[in-house]
Design a protein around this ligand. Structure first.
Ligand code: OGA
Ligand code: MN
Length: 268
């Protein structure tokens, strides 16, 4: 396995085809994302025109030089170019630690995570062994409120810049005890109901090292084993990826691993 150093320390890539300079852009920039890239270009022009016309409200000016505007921009570029984005320090350490405390204090409301939808739904410990608590079921707190507001800002930005048509957002805290995992899967649910468009995973674990394991492994080429990218679940890191496109799994870890996993859904 090769380890990529891109300055963020948040990710590493695997397989021969995904190492070396520019590797992250190789192999999955083909026509599959062309539509998004064109929409990105059109979205930029549309927002520039709105800016010139003075039609953007003050709160819409977050795109200009603020840290969150910068983060939004990088995520939109990542989604347009590859279909995924890794954002280290999407939250500050203080914000992540507030969320972690809220997750820990909701532990009595966690339940073993299920797999599948509606009639096929059930707990399958051979597939995943984490426990979850939907944000609405936890005691609300300032960490959750701030995170939901941040995600709504991201939703607005992505709708404006990529025309993604994201409507709703559902999220749960997740806790993976030592040795827990989530086998390779696709997040998009088939069948009736809201269509998951964008998966967003925020990690809450300070000082996580590669030796702790627990990486999110994102498979970058359909159902193939390679290339893949491993993301370290470090506190504050946000991973976003197109739900219908990327299979992924959670590797086992030697520490308890906490996160907030959520999905933006669009029209069915
Ligand atoms: C999920 C999932 C990834 C992670 O909950 O569907 O794939 O890194 N989580 O926690
Ligand atoms: Mn998943």
């Amino acid at each position: 396995m090769s380890h990529e150093s891109d300055g963020t320390g948040a990710q590493r890539t695997g397989a021969s085809g995904a190492s070396g300079p520019g590797a992250r852009k190789r192999g999955w920039t083909g026509s599959a994302h062309k539509g998004l890239r064109e929409r990105r270009a059109r979205g930029n022009e549309a927002s520039r025109q709105r800016l010139r016309a003075g039609a953007v409200s003050l709160s819409g000016l977050y795109t200009l030089n603020t840290p969150s505007g910068d983060a939004h921009d990088r995520i939109a570029d990542g989604l347009a170019d590859h279909g995924w984005a890794v954002s280290p320090a999407f939250l500050t350490p203080a914000q992540a630690s507030t969320l972690l405390a809220e997750s820990v204090s909701a532990r009595d409301r966690f339940h073993p995570a299920g797999v599948g939808r509606a009639g096929a739904h059930g707990v399958r410990s051979g597939t995943r062994s984490d426990s979850v608590c939907w944000l609405g079921d936890a005691h609300s707190g300032p960490g959750q409120a701030a995170y939901l507001a941040a995600m709504d800002g991201l939703r607005a930005y992505l709708n404006q810049s990529l025309y993604l048509g994201l409507l709703s957002y559902d999220a749960h805290f997740a806790s993976y005890p030592v040795g827990a995992f989530y086998a390779r899967h696709l997040d998009a649910l088939h069948g009736p109901g809201a269509r998951r468009t964008l998966s967003c995973v925020l990690y809450l674990n300070p000082d996580w090292t590669d030796a702790d394991g627990g990486h999110l492994r994102l498979y970058l080429d359909g159902d193939r084993q390679e290339p893949f990218m491993d993301v370290r679940p470090e506190a504050g890191t946000l991973v976003t990826f197109l739900s219908e496109r990327f299979e992924h799994e959670v590797l086992t870890s030697t520490r308890e691993r906490s996160s907030v996993t959520g999905w933006f859904s669009g029209r069915t």
